[in-house]
Every structure is written in C-alpha cells, then in structure tokens.
Design a protein around this ligand. Sequence first.
Ligand code: TIU
Length: 225
Amino acid sequence: MICRVDAQPFAYAFDPAHTALVIIDMQRDFVEPGGFGASLGNDVTPLQAIIPTVRRVLDTWRQIGALVIHTREAHLPDLSDCPPAKRQRGNPSLRIGDAGPMGRILIRGEPGHAIVPELAPIEGEWVIDKPGKGAFYATGLQERLEGAGITHLIFMGVTTEVCVQTSMREANDRGYECLLIEDGTDSYFPAFKAAAIEMIRAQGAIVGWTAMSEALLVALLGEAV
Ligand code: TIU
C-alpha cells in the first residue's frame, strides 16, 4: 500500500510496511518543570500542547500496525557516555547528572527520563536511548532499521531544531526519506521551529518533507478526520 501525503515542497509517498514513526524525546525532562529543558532556562510548559496531536498520530499508526520508535536523550548514571564538553557547556541551574526535582538530570532510569504517560511505549515498539542529540549516533539504530527493511521515517517530538532536526539530518545522510509532522513537533523558541521547518523542506526537500498531522492521517485513513 502506497500512501501519499499532501506535504511540502511536494507530495511525500511511503509504504507503511517500510516506514517507521519516530517520536523524539517526549520525556518529562523536556516538557515538565524541574528537568533538563528547564535547567537550561527554558519555559517548558508550552511544549505540552503537542501531546494530543502526537497521540492522535501514534494511535492511528498503531492501528495500522506499522513500526513505532521512541527515543530518549539521556546518559548512563556514571556519565561515561556524556562528553565533558556537553556537561560543562553554558551556565545551567543544574548540570547533567545533578539531582533535581525529577531525579538526576538527563540520567537513564530517573523519573525525568521517562516518556510522558500519554505517549508511553507499548510492547513491540522500539525505545532507543541516545547520548547525543541525533538518534543515530552511538545507538545502532541504522543497523536495526536495515534489518527491519525500513526506508522511510516520519518524525515528531521535541525540540524541532535540536534533537528532531539533528536526527532528520543524520537519517537523510543515511539515505532515508524523511517527513516531519509540523504540528507534532515544538521548540522552546517558536522562531527556531519555523526556521527549522523552512530549512528542512527548502531546495527541493534538501533534508526532507514537512506536513500537518491532518494530511498524514488523511493519507493513512483515506478520509478527512
Ligand atoms: N531532545 C532535545 O531536543 N534535546 C535538547 O537539548 N533540546 C533543546 O532544545 N535544548
């Protein structure tokens, strides 16, 4: 089955059997007060607004039985996978590994590391822990995707210009055809979200396509929702 999405800069075609829905870092650490995003000085609560949209797409994707991949940005408790440059960068209120209200900041297994309950992974879905902003660096994701015959990736999650865009660029360089769901992603900086979307689809989809969630759902279900 080939689905065609009304996307920019032109239609995005994919076969769900060879496509994964990739939900980037919808963790408490990025969307709830007291986590990593807040430690960097950001107002994190506006990002919660995309959760229902991400859930709607996720529900439909689950319904058709195609592959779902969740990523989480976090480090090992001993910080052996955290470059000192990443930990020392800037002047955050709490650094990676410090104790905060949701446990140690950006550390695997702490409360802040968890994906928000509305989007929690279910059995059979992949959960990729990544030490960097991109989903491919030091994760083995490419090998797993190749093993599963995946050629197309549809992205949602946070933040648009950091982990989502980095992951899309990594994927694009590896030959994947990538679509970003515009209302399924958000940034602490609205102007950066808008710029990232423009950059991705410019120059004839130099990094990938973008579309609204409604267009993807219409392509999947064959009707307006
Ligand atoms: N997941 C992700 O985007 N990590 C970040 O650090 N994003 C920021 O915007 N800081």
